[in-house]
Design a protein around this ligand. Structure first.
Ligand code: SF4
Ligand code: F3S
Length: 106
């Protein structure tokens, strides 16, 4: 499966959702997650993300391992998103910031 990680938090560009053939992205207030039970490993979303937030599960960097379980957990709580929308208002300010997992809103 593929995993949405730190760079997405407080940005949420949503380019990724347009290309997913199985609609497995789920949307929260300031972050998106992939449902690991639905993702078919097509890889299409990876290149779409302007901040390179999406990794194959096996390639998630050490400091972002917590995002694997977080995607699985929140995918069960948040609704599906299937169409691109505008990024969050402060996306430019947050795009280069790292270590944002504590800022994920439920
Ligand atoms: Fe969807 Fe493919 Fe990305 Fe999985 S790898 S989330 S199936 S676009
Ligand atoms: Fe997030 Fe990148 Fe998609 S910022 S919403 S993973 S395009």
């Amino acid at each position: 499966t593929y995993v949405v990680t730190d760079a997405c938090v407080k940005c949420k560009y949503t380019d990724c959702v347009d290309v997913c053939p199985v609609d497995c992205f789920h949307e929260g207030p300031n972050f998106l997650v992939i449902d690991p039970d639905e993702c078919i490993d097509c890889t299409l979303c990876v290149a779409e993300c302007p901040v390179e937030a999406i990794y194959a599960e096996d390639d998630v960097p050490e400091e972002m391992q917590s995002y694997i379980a977080l995607n699985a957990e929140l995918a069960k709580e948040w609704p599906t998103i299937v169409e691109k929308k505008d990024p969050l208002a402060d996306h430019e300010q947050w795009a280069g910031v790292v270590g944002k997992i504590h800022l994920v809103e439920r």
